[in-house]
Ligand binder design. Sequence first.
Ligand SMILES: [Zn+2]
Length: 183
Amino acid sequence: MLICIDPGHGGKDPGTIGRSMTPEIYEKQIALSAGLILGGFLNHYGFDVCMTRSEDKYRWLVNRVRFANKRHADIFISVHVDGVESSLPHGFCSYYYPESTHGKMVADTIMERLRDQRYDLHGEGSKPKHERNFVLKYTRMTAILLELGFVSNSQDLKNLMDPIFLSDMIIEIAETIKHFPGR
Ligand SMILES: [Zn+2]
């Protein structure tokens, strides 16, 4: 089984910005660290892994989609962190494409596992991402998008920048994927 990991943003596109630390933290940094950790664990569990980017490089969304489709990946996991004006929202959330029942199942299972492990969640369950979300819409395999936390929230940002916190959380996500049957 081939899993395509898509660390969001990169290069000239920093993504959302965490301003409660000096220097500021960019979403693209956390997405890449988390993506590489996730890829490492999944590889260790015996999955084939491909990455849409493994360095700080800008990639068009269409190229990320084409990359995953061409390789016939079985699951596509886009890795992001959230950021909003207010510093209040916090917690992890997983998203799926509105019409994808398998995507919803994977996204839900990850949320449930993280809840069981007492991770802070943003809302009750996984959510459908807007149907215009490009990578979820055009990838032909089961696709989910993870928002690991809010860089606009200082506690979330602190957690996400803590390598132990981050890898502990990613292990739970990798464990969920490990127990999931194919498509
Ligand atoms: Zn993002």
